[in-house]
Design a protein around this ligand. Structure first.
Ligand SMILES: NC(=O)c1ccc[n+]([C@@H]2O[C@H](COP(=O)([O-])OP(=O)(O)OC[C@H]3O[C@@H](n4cnc5c(N)ncnc54)[C@H](O)[C@@H]3O)[C@@H](O)[C@H]2O)c1
Length: 363
């Protein structure tokens, strides 16, 4: 079982990645105040598949447990769900020494984490991460929050969890598109970290469609380890944490212009990564064998994404609008080569349009 340390000013914590690792989860729970209660908040789909077993197992520790099932889906990551989470916690008389545990993917851990950061001015919390995207990204780094009608993740707080528990067994029930979405974030780490992650990812794809659990576990460990390292150096995104936005500028613009939920987040990130690689070519970055082979892997992943009619104008407008609103220059995370990200700025719209167009031709 991998045990990855995240060091932050709020607290240091461990990410555990493994298979059938209930004993480790129980150990994590037992480190927390034994007299405190445990509040389990489950994603509804996850609960239907694994929740009863997980809950029974935690109850066997003789801790007092209260549980709530929260609806699944991005559209619920809003203030009305937050209000019902507060209602539940307060009607169960939560107190500061208690522990909240969010069991689900990024939607659940984002909003439950935000509830934990604000209820009684902050109650400690842990994560049982149940999607690939959650395990490699959303559960790590303490960004919690919810959507507003004006946009995604506009309200939130940095509130680091006390532990992150990623049991690979849960991924066996994950729908295929959700799997691809998680692999989109792994592709991002492969670009940022280089061969250490791109090689096993390439190997994973070359083994065909059947899930190779050993390789997949390795990919989760490496990706979570990379994010943990970045967060430990730059907790509040004042510097290198911005690298984690690789592929996200165009990715977010696709999600926004096309309508949230029509393409999954990680699917849009794959498209965004291909656009970023094309942008590198457009602005004349030196191409290399390692960049070429990373580009080939990213392009081959496009076939995993459902065909949608995306509009270049709408994507480019969404990018420029976003930047105008934040008053920022057009800044992009690009790769000098896999393992060597850098920030490119002062890019004109023409170059971006050309790159997005080339990406759309490959899609
Ligand atoms: N906080 C961060 O740093 C961060 C980073 C990246 C993304 N995010 C957020 O994460 C969210 C996306 O997360 P996600 O991709 O995990 O989506 P999700 O939480 O919506 O989960 C995807 C789907 O899988 C289902 N599910 C969960 N576990 C399952 C399991 N084991 N078996 C079967 N089905 C299961 C869910 O019910 C849902 O339908 C977005 O809201 C995004 O903004 C946050």
């Amino acid at each position: 079982m991998a045990n990855i340390l995240v060091k932050t000013s709020q607290r240091n914590y461990r990410i555990n990645v493994g298979m059938k690792s209930m004993t480790i989860l129980k150990q994590q729970l037992s480190r927390h105040n034994k007299d405190g209660r445990i509040f389990l908040l489950f994603d509804a789909n996850f609960y239907a598949l694994h929740g009863v077993k997980l809950s029974k197992s935690i109850r066997r520790t003789k801790r007092s447990v209260a549980e709530m099932i929260v609806p699944s889906g991005e559209k619920y990551k809003r203030e009305f769900l937050l209000a019902s989470i507060y209602d539940f916690l307060l009607s169960e008389r939560i107190s500061r020494p208690d522990l909240i545990v969010a069991c689900g993917g990024g939607v659940t851990t984002d909003i439950v984490g935000y509830a934990a950061s604000t209820i009684l001015r902050g109650v400690e919390w842990g994560v049982v991460s149940t999607t690939l995207l959650g395990m490699v990204d959303a559960s790590i780094g303490g960004k919690t929050g919810m959507n507003h009608m004006r946009g995604k993740n506009l309200i939130g707080a940095f509130w680091q969890p006390n532990f992150v528990h990623s049991d690979m067994i849960y991924l066996a029930t994950l729908p295929e598109r959700e799997f691809t979405s998680g692999l989109g974030e792994v592709l991002k780490y492969a670009g940022l970290a280089g061969s250490k992650i791109s090689k096993p990812l390439d190997e994973y794809f070359s083994k065909g469609k059947t899930y190779n659990w050993k390789l997949l576990t390795k990919l989760v460990e490496l990706s979570a380890g990379y994010k943990a390292k970045i967060v430990s150096k730059d907790e509040r995104e004042a510097g290198i944490r911005i690298w984690l936005n690789y592929g996200h500028t165009v990715g977010h613009a696709i999600e926004k212009s096309f309508g949230y939920g029509k393409l999954l987040h990680g699917e849009a990130v794959i498209l965004g990564i291909v656009a970023a690689l094309e942008l590198g070519k457009v602005i004349g970055l030196r191409q290399s064998a390692s960049l070429d082979s990373y580009h080939r892997m990213a392009t081959s992943m496009l076939s995993l994404i459902p065909r949608k009619k995306l509009k270049i104008e709408a994507i480019c407008d969404a990018i420029t609008l976003d930047k105008k609103r934040s008053g920022a220059d057009l800044k992009y995370v690009l790769l000098e080569r896999p393992g060597k990200p850098f920030i490119a700025d002062k890019l004109d719209r023409g170059a971006i349009e050309q790159a997005v167009n080339q990406m759309l031709e490959l899609y």
